[in-house]
Design a protein around this ligand. Structure first.
Ligand code: ATP
Ligand code: MG
Length: 256
């Protein structure tokens, strides 16, 4: 059975996609069979995995609306050695079109069930909103990985996300857990980063991953080459940090 994780945070630009793509590539390097699910109409995870979102035959949009199955819509990331259920801006329409469908928060869960045996991990890159798309991600997953920047406003948004996860856990998906908070774009020279990081550890204890992802320009450059950062420049600090995060994830899920 595949382990399914959402990478979620309703704040924009906090490193969700970078985390999803690099964790997918990191797990693939550790010989895991991975499906990266792009649940964001921006299609950034699709592009970052080296797949042209403008030239898709079918995508997660058709899958969510029951017009294609995952096996048909998925593509292969040659640069990352994992499969991708790709997205593009069409997906924004699904949000509206799903309103009329039965079981609308479980569309993704039901679709992914058909390929469950083919993967060890499925990673879902969520859009920056607590929307029907994100709800589909949370209903399909066993756990949530929350990337966050260690800045003052980061903590403010966190309580909304944690409350949403609690509600989904209570009403829709009893399997759902917070796997952990991942500190990303970390700048150890900033006192504020250190302080917020410490606050997170005090408040959330071992829910905070030990691995810390530094701010690293190689991670930001990699998507323009259609490559995960860890394949683009494997010796960079950012790549090393995501590889260590991959190993920590494998260790952590043993305790789930
Ligand atoms: P959105 O909410 O729009 O989906 P996101 O949460 O998925 O955004 P990313 O797209 O992963 O965030 O990252 C936002 C920007 O920050 C991107 O330009 C990305 O390349 C850059 N970035 C992410 N992580 C790092 C890092 N560790 N070091 C340097 N740049 C980073
Ligand atoms: Mg993103």
């Amino acid at each position: 059975m595949a382990k399914i994780f959402c990478v979620a945070n309703q704040k924009g630009g906090v490193g969700k996609t970078t985390t999803a793509v690099n964790l997918a590539a990191g797990l693939a390097k550790l010989n895991q069979r991975v499906l990266l699910v792009d649940l964001d109409p921006q299609g950034n995870a699709t592009m970052g995995a080296g797949i042209n979102k403008a030239a898709l035959q079918s995508s997660i949009y058709e899958v969510m609306l029951g017009m294609a199955d995952v096996a048909t819509a998925r593509a292969r990331s040659e640069t990352g050695q994992f499969d991708v259920l790709p997205a593009n801006r069409e997906l924004a329409g699904a949000e509206v079109e799903m309103v009329e469908l039965d079981n609308r928060e479980r569309r993704l869960k039901d679709a992914l069930a058909a390929v469950d045996a083919e993967y060890d991990f499925m990673l879902i890159d969520c859009p920056p909103a607590l929307s029907m798309l994100t709800l589909n991600g949370l209903c399909a997953a066993h756990g949530v990985i929350i990337p966050m920047q260690c800045e003052y406003y980061a903590l403010e948004g966190l309580s909304d996300l944690v409350n949403t996860i609690k509600k989904v856990h209570a009403k829709l998906n009893p399997d759902l857990k917070i796997i952990g908070l991942l500190r990303v774009m970390f700048d150890p020279r900033m006192t504020l980063s250190q302080q917020v990081s410490l606050q997170l550890e005090q408040h959330f204890g071992d829910k905070v991953f030990r691995s810390i992802i530094p701010r690293n320009v190689r991670l930001a450059e990699a998507p323009s080459y259609g490559m995960p950062g860890i394949n683009f420049d494997p010796v960079s600090k950012g790549a090393q940090a995501y590889i260590s995060f991959g190993a920590e994830m494998i260790e952590r899920i043993k305790t789930l």
